[in-house]
Write a protein that binds this ligand. Structure first.
Ligand code: HEM
Length: 512
């Protein structure tokens, strides 16, 4: 199968990080939560810095110097943590954006998360800009003059900002406005934008694994001790700063002003922003048909509601007069067409109707439960060698059809989470010696929870559970992306060996 070059590059980076950090702590799997963690570091260090900081044109620089040099052992470290965590958040957010793009998680039903992500990026960058402004050193002066140029290019300001600096200089009143923006206004808007950003997702985690958080904090602390953040000379609006150390993470547009008029810089930044926001429609991809509820087979238990990663299912009062109190309703605008709901529906049990058609409470028109059962039965009967192995895989990980051999058949589902645990039992009952489930790479499910829910169902930790009668030794679960074919083949080979040993042991018991 062809993997586009952007995705291939991302998967290679991910593999490299997996080797260095292991899949549990791989930062590329936790970029959103890592960004949240960095915000906590920024918030706590920022609150501490607010105490000794003097919020006036006259006092700001001296107070920051005091923080940096006199109180270097606490306040100075806090300043450096504040600076480096802010830089790190730009890296994690940009990587998060790249990852969502590279893995195709930005279009179709996901357009909302993508589009609401872009203003978050703007808010992070402008928060950094007002932060640098507050130091009121030569770099702040450079930002102030550049920002005035940018603002004046907008019709609503028409020259008022430059007049502020050219005639009256920086006033305390204006400085307090910047302080208010940095300390309260922008953080509050950011919190609102982040809430909006994850609004369409369920079970959103905002904390990274503890080990990854600790490692990140230790790295920031080490950097703060090794290379403390320092200021430039105090701002002086009568002279032009000679040498500046630009923070390219935040201040990259300002040097452009030396070459281009402010209006052109606006055109570039708004153009890039609009382009980013329109990506879901510029490179569109159609989602599959949405999940459909069949009230004749739905008892309103709500397991699918608990499992849906995109908050597309709600539990409502029964409308068909049946004896149950509730029914589930799918919102097609939110549905990701992943099929995880079909895997969670207790009615997707293939043993329910051994002879008749298998109908379930919530199903996917493109791959109904009945078709999954038929494919499983057909696969077991067409395998010609022992030990017979059925491999269930998902559309977004490794194409399990590539594992087909005389003793092995792959069946592709939409997501590994759409596999009802009872179908594993069914495959074994039909004569398969073993069942392997290959979802997306561990911690990187395309539909967020396919791998995780399936593992929990198999472990008996989440409904519907895999019943004890399905021998666990005959079951193997592994995550994989398209480039991981050799790794999966090696796993499969070991699995074959294990199944042969099981057969031998069972034949031995039967003979003795
Ligand atoms: C301040 C910056 C940001 C933070 C803290 C953040 C955080 C998060 C978190 C926690 C999630 C949920 C992940 C999950 O539970 O599966 C998420 C999802 C997402 N983010 Fe961001 N994000 C930020 C900025 C962005 C940006 C700039 C973009 C792209 C323009 C973006 C695109 C997305 C998309 C498309 C999803 C949905 C993923 C899915 O449906 O599986 N985010 N983000």
């Amino acid at each position: 199968m062809l993997v586009n070059p952007v995705k291939r590059a991302y998967l290679a980076l991910e593999s490299w990080f997996n080797i260095s950090f292991g899949p549990e702590w791989n930062p590329l799997y936790h970029l959103g939560t890592l960004s949240f963690f960095l915000f906590w570091v920024i918030l706590v260090s920022g609150i501490y810095l607010f105490i000794p900081f003097h919020g006036s044109v006259e006092g700001a620089h001296a107070s920051v110097e005091y923080i940096t040099h006199e109180q270097w052992y606490v306040a100075g470290i806090m300043r450096s943590l504040h600076r480096y965590a802010s830089d790190a958040v730009v890296i994690t957010v940009l990587l998060h954006m790249f990852k969502e793009f590279a893995s195709g998680r930005y279009r179709g039903f996901r357009w909302f998360s993508w589009v609401t992500g872009v203003p978050n990026l703007w808010m992070v960058v402008t928060l950094g800009i007002t932060g640098y402004w507050l130091v009121w050193d030569e770099l702040a002066q450079y930002i102030a003059v550049g920002s005035a140029q940018l603002m004046d290019a907008l019709p609503i300001f028409s020259g008022a900002m430059t007049r502020n600096f050219v005639s009256g200089g920086m006033t305390d009143r204006f400085f307090i406005l910047i302080e208010f923006l940095h300390l309260l206004g922008q953080p509050l808007i950011l919190v609102f934008l982040l809430w909006l950003h994850v609004k369409r997702l369920s079970n959103v985690e905002i904390n990274p694994p503890r080990g990854l958080a600790m490692g990140t904090f230790i790295a920031l602390l080490a950097l703060s001790l090794w290379h403390p953040a320092v200021s430039h000379a105090p701002a002086n609006l009568d002279s032009v700063p000679r040498e500046l150390r630009i923070d390219w993470f935040y201040l990259n547009v300002y040097p452009l002003l030396e070459y281009w008029p402010a209006r052109q810089v606006w055109m570039l930044t708004t153009g890039v922003t609009l382009l980013l926001m329109m990506l879901p429609w510029l490179l569109p991809k159609k989602d599959g048909p949405r999940a459909i509820v069949d009230l004749d087979h739905c008892n309103g238990c709500g397991i699918c509601f608990e499992d849906c990663p995109f908050d597309a299912i709600s539990v409502q009062a029964r409308t068909d007069g049946a004896r149950y109190e509730h029914e589930v309703v799918v919102d097609p605008a939110l549905c990701g067409a992943c099929g995880i709901c079909a895997g969670s529906c207790p009615a997707s049990n293939p043993f329910r109707t051994p002879r008749g058609e298998l109908k379930t409470g919530i199903d996917m028109p493109q791959l109904p439960a009945e078709e999954m059962r038929r494919l499983t039965r057909e696969a077991v009967t067409t395998i010609s060698a022992e030990p017979k192995i059925i491999v269930f895989g998902c559309e977004h990980g490794l194409n399990v059809k590539r594992l087909d051999r005389a003793d092995t058949r792959g069946i592709r589902l939409i997501c590994s989470g759409m596999l009802p645990p009872t179908l594993v039992e069914y495959a074994l009952k039909q004569g398969a010696a073993g069942v392997m489930v290959v979802g997306c790479r561990e911690n990187d499910c395309f539909y967020r929870f396919g791998n995780r829910w399936t593992r929990m169902r198999f472990a008996g930790e989440r409904k519907p559970i895999l019943r004890a009668r399905a021998e666990r030794e005959r079951l193997l679960m592994h995550g994989a992306a398209e480039p991981d074919l050799r790794e999966i083949e090696a796993e499969l080979e070991q699995f074959r060996g294990r199944l042969r040993e099981l057969e031998r042991a069972e034949t031995g018991v039967a003979q003795s």
